[in-house]
Design a protein around this ligand. Structure first.
Ligand code: PGA
Length: 238
């Protein structure tokens, strides 16, 4: 696992954007794994700017997102579908994008469909990840099995309470999600994890201890042959 520490969040976003420029230059039809959360917002803003300036071309690329609440309407402002369209997908010329369908009648068939699509596309070339304070990746919470494809999972109480601020009193907050499993993520040819802010310093420290803690899902990165973690100083030093 390669570790890169940069001064600021902006530096992290710039370095990550450079990786995407390079990726699409080398393989224009790349399969990109994308993530939601506050961490990648700066990267997406930068990619949109670069795209508008003609510096990157997504026209042959496809994307698959990491996870989605279940059930949720695509047009709900808290759906990850809505987030991705607003921050990136509607603003670039990406050929095709897929997000687990929070509106699917049958969650289990939706998970199977999603895995089949990823496989048919040849697997993910570059998977973008954030990390939760407890080491979660997507909705893979501590103690999850390491070999799973996409699956329906219950949200932990900590995820429900962390996300409750985004839902109004009139909303029914989802308590489940569809998430790529760690097995699916691990099969990505390259993984890029971004860790930013002082609040993430304790989990970053644990990750870089180099021990596989089965209660920290992100530790599987230590075993991946092509994983890069970019941190800002706040997350690296605390
Ligand atoms: P964040 O979320 O980017 O909003 O910190 C990351 C995560 O919980 O996976």
């Amino acid at each position: 696992m390669k570790k890169v520490v940069l001064d600021t969040y902006e530096d992290v976003c710039k370095a990550a954007a450079d990786i995407y420029i390079e990726q699409l230059k080398n393989k224009p039809n790349s399969i990109l794994g994308l993530a939601t959360g506050s961490t990648p917002i700066g990267l997406y803003e930068r990619l949109v700017r670069i795209y508008n300036d003609g510096g990157i071309n997504f026209s042959k690329a496809r994307s698959f997102n990491l996870d989605e609440y279940y059930p949720i309407k695509k047009n709900h402002p808290q759906s990850y579908d809505y987030f991705m369209r607003g921050h990136l997908l509607d603003k670039i010329n990406i050929l095709q994008s897929d997000i687990p369908n929070g509106e699917a009648d049958d969650a289990i068939s939706e998970c199977k469909r999603y895995d089949a699509q990823i496989n048919a596309a040849g697997g993910i070339d570059l998977m973008l990840l954030g990390i939760g304070h407890n080491g979660h990746v997507g909705f893979n919470e501590p103690s999850v099995s390491y070999n799973m494809g996409t699956y329906l999972t219950g949200l932990t109480d900590s995820s429900i309470s962390a996300n409750s601020r985004f839902f109004t009193e009139d909303d029914v907050q989802p308590t489940k999600a569809l998430t790529m499993g760690l097995g699916e993520i691990f099969r990505s040819k390259a993984i890029l994890m971004l860790i930013c802010g002082k609040g993430k310093a304790p989990i970053a420290k644990k990750l870089f201890e180099g021990k596989i803690h089965t209660d920290i899902p992100a530790c599987f990165l230590l075993l991946h042959p092509n994983a890069t973690v970019i941190l800002d100083k706040a997350a690296a030093l605390g």
